[in-house]
Design a protein around this ligand. Structure first.
Ligand code: NOJ
Ligand code: MG
Length: 554
C-alpha cells in the first residue's frame, strides 16, 4: 500500500519561489485554456451560425468561469467543407464570422480581461479554392505548381501510393486532376490539398501568415496536424503495421522537426510570451514527446492517448505514468484534454449506462453527471496545462444528429452542438428564420444551460469555476510535483506539492464506495476537503463515495 509507482516529478524551477518564480514561468504553464469553436459558441446576427460578435458579447461567461486563455478554432474565409479547416485566405475573417476589425476588437477585449488568445493555424493543407491551389492546378508550369504535392499515376494509371483519407479510409488520399494529368495529395478531403513544405516558397508564405497574426497581437497558435507537414519525398506505402489507420495518423518523419524548429525561432523572435501548441495526432506519448524537441520545437503538444482512455483507474494511471515519464525526460510540459471538436464529448464517452445494474437508487443520469464531475477534478488537478472544450463546463453530452442535419464529412456533428445559453425555447440562439441553429442542441439543453447552471452553486459549472479558482490560488496545483498514491482498486490518487503546500487528490472510478481508512494507517482521515466533486464539505472520513473525487489539504 505504500509503494509510489511514479517517482515524484521535480519542481519546474527548484531554486525559485514567490514572485521570482511567478515571473520565471511562462504563462501557458499556469493557464487553463478554453477552446472556442466559433460556429457553436454564440451567434450575433441570427443566421444560426456562431460568430465573433457572439463571442464578443459573451465574454462575461469566460471571465466568470476564470479561464486564462482561449483557443479559437478557424474563423478564416473558407468554403467550409471541413468547417473552416479548409482555408482559402489565411489572413482574413470569413464574413460569416465577422471582420478583421471585429477580430481586433476581440483581442482588445480579451487582453483587457487578462485573457490570452491563440488561434488555429492550419499549415498542412489549404482549401482547393485558395488562390495558390487555383493557380497550381492551372498548368504544370504554374508558379504555385510545386506548392502542392503532385505525382504521376503509376504505369497502370493507379494512385501513387496506398495512403487513405483520414475521414474515409475507403478512399485514397489522391485526386486526379484532369487538366494537368497528375494526382495531387490530400490527407483529408479532396477539397483540402496538402501543401508541399519542401518548397521554400511555401515555408516563407506560411511564416508570413504567422507574422501577420503575431503582429496583430495574438498570443500564439494551435497548429493543426503539425506532425504531417513534412513528407518523405519517396511517399512510401504505409507499413502493414499501420493496422488500417489513415496515413496522416502515422505520419511522423524527421524532416518535420526541422520545420518546427524554424517556426519556433520565428515565434520566439516576438518575445518570450508567444507560444505554439501542436496537434500531434500520434497515438504514442513517446512520439508526441519528440515534438517538444530540445526545448526548441513546440512549447506544448496535445497528447491524445488520455483522451482515448476509458474511464478506468488502471487506464488512467497508465496514461498518467507514461505521460510524465515521456515528457519529464525532455523537461517538456504536459497538456491534458478530455474533449474537443473532433471526438465525442467525454461525458458521452464515459457513460456506462449499459453496465449499470438496474435496481438502484443511483440512476444512470446521476452517475453520468457524477462521473463528469470527477473527470473535471482529475483534468484540473494533474500536472500540466488543461484544455477545456466549450460546453464541458456544463457537463454537455453530444447532440443526436440524424439525417440531413448531419453535415460534417468526419461524422463529428454531435460534439459540435451549439452552446445553450439559457432555458428558453431558442437557448439564446434566436434566428431570423425562426429555425434551429446550424446543428441541433444537445438533448438536455432545457436544464443544462449557462444561465441555469450559473445560478446554481452546486452545479457542475460552479464546480469547474471553483476548480479553476483553486488552481489559480495554488502553486501546488499549478506547478507542483506529482506523486502517485497506491490506493485500493477502483480509486486513483496523487499528491501535488510545492514549497510548503501539499494537496491530495482522490478519484473514485466506481459506482460504489471505496474504503481508504486504512491507507497508511489512516493518514488521509481528517484532512480538510478543499473541493469535492459532489459539493461535500468538512474533513475526509476515510470513505470515498461512489464516483466521487476529492481534493484534500494535507
Ligand atoms: C484536425 C482538426 O482538429 C480537425 O477538425 C480537422 O478536420 C483536421 N485537422 C483537418 O484540418
Ligand atoms: Mg452568425
Amino acid at each position: 500500500m505504500e509503494a509510489t509507482p511514479i517517482a515524484p516529478t521535480t519542481d519546474a524551477e527548484p531554486g525559485l519561489d514567490g514572485e521570482g518564480e511567478r515571473h520565471a514561468e511562462p504563462w501557458w504553464k499556469r493557464a487553463v485554456f478554453y477552446q472556442v469553436y466559433p460556429r457553436s459558441f454564440a451567434d450575433s446576427d441570427g443566421d444560426g451560425v456562431g460568430d465573433l460578435g457572439g463571442l464578443l458579447s459573451h465574454f462575461d461567461h469566460l471571465t466568470w468561469l476564470g479561464v486564462d486563455a482561449l483557443w479559437l478554432s478557424p474563423f478564416y474565409p473558407s468554403p467550409m467543407v471541413d468547417f473552416g479547416y479548409d482555408i482559402s485566405d489565411y489572413c482574413d475573417v470569413d464574413p460569416l464570422f465577422g471582420s478583421l476589425e471585429q477580430f481586433d476588437e476581440l483581442l482588445i477585449e480579451a487582453h483587457s480581461r487578462n485573457i490570452k488568445v491563440i488561434i488555429d493555424w492550419v499549415p498542412n493543407h489549404t482549401s482547393e479554392r485558395h488562390p495558390w491551389f487555383v493557380d497550381a492546378r492551372s498548368s504544370r508550369s504554374a508558379i504555385h505548381r510545386n506548392w502542392y504535392v503532385w505525382r504521376d499515376p503509376l504505369a497502370d494509371g493507379s494512385v501513387p501510393n496506398d495512403w487513405v483519407q483520414a475521414f474515409d479510409p475507403s478512399k485514397p488520399t489522391w485526386t486526379f486532376d484532369d487538366q494537368t494529368g497528375q494526382f495531387y495529395l490530400h490527407l483529408f478531403e479532396s477539397a483540402q490539398p496538402d501543401l508541399n513544405w519542401s518548397e521554400p516558397a511555401v515555408v516563407a508564405a506560411m511564416h508570413e501568415v504567422l507574422r501577420f497574426w503575431l503582429e496583430r497581437g495574438v498570443d500564439g497558435f494551435r497548429a493543426d496536424v503539425i506532425h504531417c507537414i513534412g513528407k518523405d519525398p519517396a511517399l512510401p506505402d504505409d507499413l502493414p503495421a499501420g493496422g488500417g489507420l489513415p496515413h496522416c495518423v502515422l505520419n511522423d518523419v524527421s524532416v518535420t522537426h526541422g520545420h518546427i524548429r524554424d517556426i519556433r525561432t520565428l515565434i520566439d523572435s516576438y518575445g518570450g510570451d508567444r507560444m505554439i501548441v501542436g496537434e500531434v495526432y500520434l497515438l504514442s506519448t513517446e512520439s508526441v514527446a519528440t515534438y517538444y524537441g530540445n526545448n526548441d520545437e513546440l512549447h506544448l503538444a496535445f497528447n491524445f492517448p488520455p483522451l482515448f482512455a476509458p474511464w478506468r483507474p488502471s487506464d488512467w494511471s497508465a496514461c498518467i505514468a507514461s505521460t510524465y515519464a515521456a515528457l519529464d525526460d525532455r523537461h517538456a510540459w504536459p497538456t491534458w484534454v478530455l474533449s474537443n471538436h473532433d471526438n465525442p464529448r467525454h461525458r458521452t464517452r464515459y457513460d456506462f449506462a449499459a453496465s449499470l445494474s438496474g435496481e438502484t437508487e443511483y440512476t444512470t443520469a446521476k452517475r453520468s453527471e457524477a462521473r463528469a464531475r470527477a473527470a473535471a477534478v482529475l483534468l484540473l488537478t494533474l500536472r500540466g496545462t488543461p484544455f477545456l472544450y466549450q460546453g464541458e463546463e456544463l457537463g454537455m453530452i453530444d447532440a443526436e444528429v440524424t439525417g440531413d442535419r448531419r453535415v460534417d464529412p468526419g461524422g463529428r456533428d454531435g460534439c459540435r452542438a451549439p452552446l445553450p445559453w439559457d432555458g428558453s425555447a431558442d437557448h439564446g440562439w434566436p434566428t431570423v428564420t425562426g429555425l434551429e441553429p446550424w446543428l441541433p442542441f444537445a438533448p438536455d439543453a432545457e436544464h443544462r444551460n449557462v444561465a441555469d447552471l450559473r445560478s446554481d452553486p452546486s452545479s457542475i459549472l460552479s464546480l469547474y469555476r471553483a476548480l479553476i479558482a483553486l488552481r489559480h490560488s495554488s502553486e501546488a496545483l499549478a506547478l507542483g510535483t506529482f506523486e502517485s498514491l497506491d490506493l485500493p482498486d477502483g480509486a486513483l490518487g496523487y499528491r501535488r506539492a510545492r514549497n510548503a503546500e501539499s494537496l491530495v487528490v482522490l478519484v473514485n472510478f466506481t459506482d460504489g464506495p471505496v474504503d481508504l481508512s486504512e491507507y497508511r494507517q489512516g493518514l488521509l482521515i481528517g484532512m480538510p476537503v478543499a473541493i469535492a466533486s459532489d459539493g461535500l464539505a468538512g474533513t475526509f472520513t476515510g470513505t470515498l463515495g461512489a464516483d466521487q473525487a476529492l481534493i484534500l489539504r494535507s
